[in-house]
Write a protein that binds this ligand. Structure first.
Ligand SMILES: Nc1ncnc2c1ncn2[C@@H]1O[C@H](COP(=O)(O)OP(=O)(O)O)[C@@H](O)[C@H]1O
Ligand code: SF4
Ligand SMILES: [Mg+2]
Length: 321
């Protein structure tokens, strides 16, 4: 097992009070496994990703444990975090510009990353060889003119070029865990497909474990073996992709699956999920999905369901208690 998240709770201090963005989240990720975290906007997906690479903003508080190869990331000292981030767990952000430092040339940033990796491995830094390695890395993500790109600043690149630079960096760093947070949502459709293809190649070639964060079930389907469906900061259902998509059990997953566009489902037949995600400053009592759930029972309004198992899956729903 590579990643073991236990009782993760993340809250933000806001002017309206504390907002619990992630609550009692438990899940694991095996070596070489690729898991998609899916759920509507605001359900806590990015918060989860940021917790794993310890990049939560100062108003956030994280409790519980996030074990990466047995080491609790939440308990690491700042120097350990710097060593872990990028080399053990690498995150591609939703907004490509957030992934790179705006005041440093691409070459400087990639060199710094690789220098850290080499230091960690106890090797001496060879500038010339590293430069060549980076040019080759950019070439392997099919970046035209890698040497020209190297001398540019992030604002001189397009969103697609930045995402490719970041993926090249992931390829060079070969982290144990790659977290990709909606890596294609800021890109146009043709570039989206290329980025997904590159991530799939990284997975295959290096056996990297991938945590793919997306609100789009159809995109998740193309990268993951397993889904973790989140609703309002909590896990709703997790299991193999074929099971979760083919025979969803949790009423929220059923609704998400019904909203996936398919060839046979004409546009008018798409079933939107009624209502909207809750205000996380005042979430519903009991099961957080109860105001939108077609199967709601009395117990759902007052008691938050715990974890249960059914048909190869872990779920949180009173129907499967
Ligand atoms: N820095 C922050 N300060 C306060 N609240 C935040 C902050 N970042 C995210 N949130 C809130 O936390 C919840 C989860 O957000 P997020 O993790 O970004 O969800 P997702 O990535 O699934 O869209 C949302 O209600 C969001 O408004
Ligand atoms: S616990 Fe109740 S309200 Fe929540 S998803 Fe299950 S049936 Fe619906
Ligand atoms: Mg997000």
């Amino acid at each position: 097992m590579l990643l073991d998240v236990k009782g993760l709770k993340v809250s933000y201090r806001t002017i309206y009070g504390r907002l619990e963005a992630v609550r009692s989240l438990d899940f694991t990720l095996d070596k070489g496994e690729s898991v998609a975290i899916v759920g509507e906007s605001g359900c806590g997906k990015s918060t989860l990703g940021h917790s794993i690479v310890r990049l939560l903003p100062p108003n956030a508080r994280a409790e519980g444990s996030v074990l990466l190869d047995g080491k609790d990331i939440l308990k690491m000292k700042p120097a350990e975090v710097r060593m872990m981030r990028g080399t053990d767990a690498f995150m591609i952000f939703q907004d490509p510009l957030n992934s790179l430092n705006p005041v440093k040339r691409v070459s400087t940033q990639l060199m710094e990353g690789l220098a850290l990796k080499q230091r960690k491995a106890g090797k001496t830094f060879d500038e010339k060889a590293t430069y060549k390695e980076i040019v080759d890395g950019l070439g392997s993500v099919r970046m035209p003119d890698p040497e020209v790109i190297m001398e540019r600043y992030p604002h001189q690149l397009s969103g697609g070029q930045i995402q490719r630079v970041v993926i090249a960096m992931a390829l060079l760093m070969k982290p144990k865990l790659l977290i990709a947070d909606e890596p294609t949502s800021a890109l146009d459709v043709t570039i989206q497909a290329q980025v997904i293809k590159l991530i799939n190649e990284l997975k295959k070639e290096y056996g990297m474990s991938v945590l793919f964060i997306t609100h789009d079930m159809a995109v998740a389907y193309t990268v993951a073996n397993r889904f973790i469906v989140m609703y309002a900061g909590e896990l709703s259902e997790t299991g193999p992709v074929e099971k979760v998509v083919g025979s969803p059990l949790h009423p929220y997953t059923v609704a998400l699956v019904n909203s996936i566009p398919t060839k046979s489902r004409a546009q008018g037949d798409l079933i939107a999920i009624p209502g909207s995600p809750p205000n996380m400053l005042a979430p519903p009592t009991g099961c957080r999905f109860h105001p939108r759930c077609p199967k709601v029972m009395d117990v759902c309004r007052t008691e938050n369901p715990g974890y249960s198992q059914a048909d190869d899956r872990t779920l949180r729903c009173h129907l499967f208690d």
